[in-house]
Design a binder for this molecule. Structure first.
Ligand code: 5GP
Ligand code: ZN
Length: 135
């Protein structure tokens, strides 16, 4: 399923050119145009899903397996020291393109990639509230 107005549908289908690192029948992996670090790539399913809330589970499972393959290969190619996998869902979480994608972000010792957050505290009250609601 495609969305005719979606830029990542067009890129995944090859209708808009991209720096493609890998392609198969389900996915295209491209270099991000605004990289957080050298080699920052995106895994794009060829079918359109808005994000994690609605992606097909079989496609999602394949995406994770592909992420592992890409990270292993690209670690050799780039000589990076580690990787972050980032996947944003909805605007408040930083999603700007509403076609599911996984960011593969190579990390280099002492790089300035900022994926940190302010560490909070898990209070008894909040812990119990969530545990209760999850039952
Ligand atoms: P999000 O913020 O939705 O998780 O990530 C969207 C990502 O897509 C951003 O990192 C942005 O740089 C990248 N991006 C947006 N438009 C294009 C494009 O046309 N081509 C490529 N290669 N990357 C894009
Ligand atoms: Zn799309």
């Amino acid at each position: 399923m495609r969305d005719k107005d979606c830029i990542f549908c067009k890129i995944a289908a090859g209708e808009i050119p991209s720096a493609t690192l890998y392609e198969d029948e389900d996915f295209r992996v491209i270099l991000d145009l605004g990289p957080a670090s050298k080699g920052h790539a995106l895994i794009l399913p060829k079918d359109h899903f808005r994000n994690l809330y609605d992606i097909d589970e079989e496609v999602l499972a394949k995406a994770m397996v592909l992420a592992k393959k890409m990270v292993k290969k690209m670690t050799d190619v780039l000589g990076c020291d580690g990787y972050n996998i980032v996947q944003n869902n909805e605007e408040c979480a930083g999603q700007t393109v509403f076609h599911f994608h996984m960011h593969l972000i190579p990390r280099y010792k002492d790089d300035q990639v900022g994926l940190e957050w302010k560490v909070g505290e898990l209070t008894e009250e909040v812990k119990n509230e969530i545990l209760e609601k999850m039952k």
